[in-house]
Write a protein that binds this ligand. Structure first.
Ligand SMILES: [Zn+2]
Length: 295
């Protein structure tokens, strides 16, 4: 059983007021294990981003042993027009080059989508095929970085997405062995109300990283863990039970205080968990019976 320190990092949302460097400083100030950078606007605006910034981050990464992850651009890799698909993939390949430059360990990808107003099963099937082909290109190009396809928020605006349920996600990566998943715990809660069941169905061994944030099961609020209805104790128990070591990136839009509060909440629960098969306290037994693999 793996009882290491809980590896919590930060993945600031795009409303975060600061640069990638500000994120690194926040990370170091509070002892987070690393950062997931969104390779997207506004962070990659020319006045906020430069190759020199990336090289500075690479240096700190080596000195401090930070876990660097890159969240790929939000371009549509399921795009139905070849030239748009190519442009979307090219943006990912560029982001992957910078990820390698920083010696990033993980890389998150959003599957493609079709506009809801005209989506039908045939177009969604084509979108899925294009997403798989885009992932193939990324694998060819990806070097050492572990690619994870994210389970997306099922209910976002006018998009019909091709990857938010477990069968859809498996269908995207099953022929692409090195590709795994970025488990978004908040999105799993909105979709199913049971992120622990989602975690088991996805396959803990294929999860490369997680986005952790809370909500009430209705909307994708990206609240700090502990402020919504997710059963974090059950989630951490499952994480412990499977000897997982993938990083848990707090994906919050909020302030520095929100990152610290979310982290402290999870660490408190983690410290309370006992070995699942030990003689343990009552609360562990209760949690254990919720885990299908322990029954
Ligand atoms: Zn996410």
């Amino acid at each position: 059983m793996n009882r290491q320190r809980l590896p919590i990092g930060i993945a600031p949302g795009r409303a975060y007021k600061g640069t990638w460097w500000d994120m690194v400083e926040l990370c170091l100030r509070h002892g987070f294990i690393g950062v997931e950078f969104k390779h997207e606007l506004p962070f990659i605006l020319p006045d906020r981003w430069s190759p020199a910034l990336v090289h500075r981050i690479a240096e700190v990464q080596r000195e401090e042993g930070l876990w660097i992850s890159v969240h790929g651009p939000y371009t549509n890799i399921g795009s139905l027009l070849p030239h748009r698909w190519q442009a979307a993939v090219d943006e990912h390949l560029r982001a992957l080059e910078w990820a390698e430059e920083m010696e990033a360990r993980t890389y998150t990808v959003h599957p493609g989508w079709v506009e809801k107003k005209y989506a039908d099963p045939d177009l969604l099937a084509r979108c899925r095929e294009n997403t798989i082909q885009a992932l193939e290109r990324m694998v060819e190009h990806g070097g050492q970085v572990a690619i994870g396809v994210e389970n997306q928020n099922p209910a976002e605006g006018e998009k019909a997405k091709c990857g938010f349920t477990v069968p859809q996600l498996h269908g995207l990566v099953d022929g692409l062995n090195p590709v795994g998943f970025t488990l978004d715990v908040g999105h799993a809660q909105v979709l199913t109300g049971d992120p622990v069941q989602f975690f088991h169905a996805l396959g803990p061994e294929r999860i490369r990283a997680a986005h952790v944030h809370d909500n009430d099961g209705m909307a994708d609020d990206h609240l700090p863990p502990g402020r919504g209805t997710i059963d974090w104790r059950a989630f951490l128990f499952a994480y412990l039970r499977h000897g997982c070591g993938f990083p848990l990136f707090l994906e919050l839009a909020g302030s520095e205080d929100a990152f610290v509060a979310g982290r402290d909440f999870l660490i408190r629960l983690w410290a309370e968990l006992k070995e699942p098969v030990s003689s343990g306290g009552t609360s562990d037994k209760e949690t254990a019976t919720e885990d299908p693999e322990v029954r």
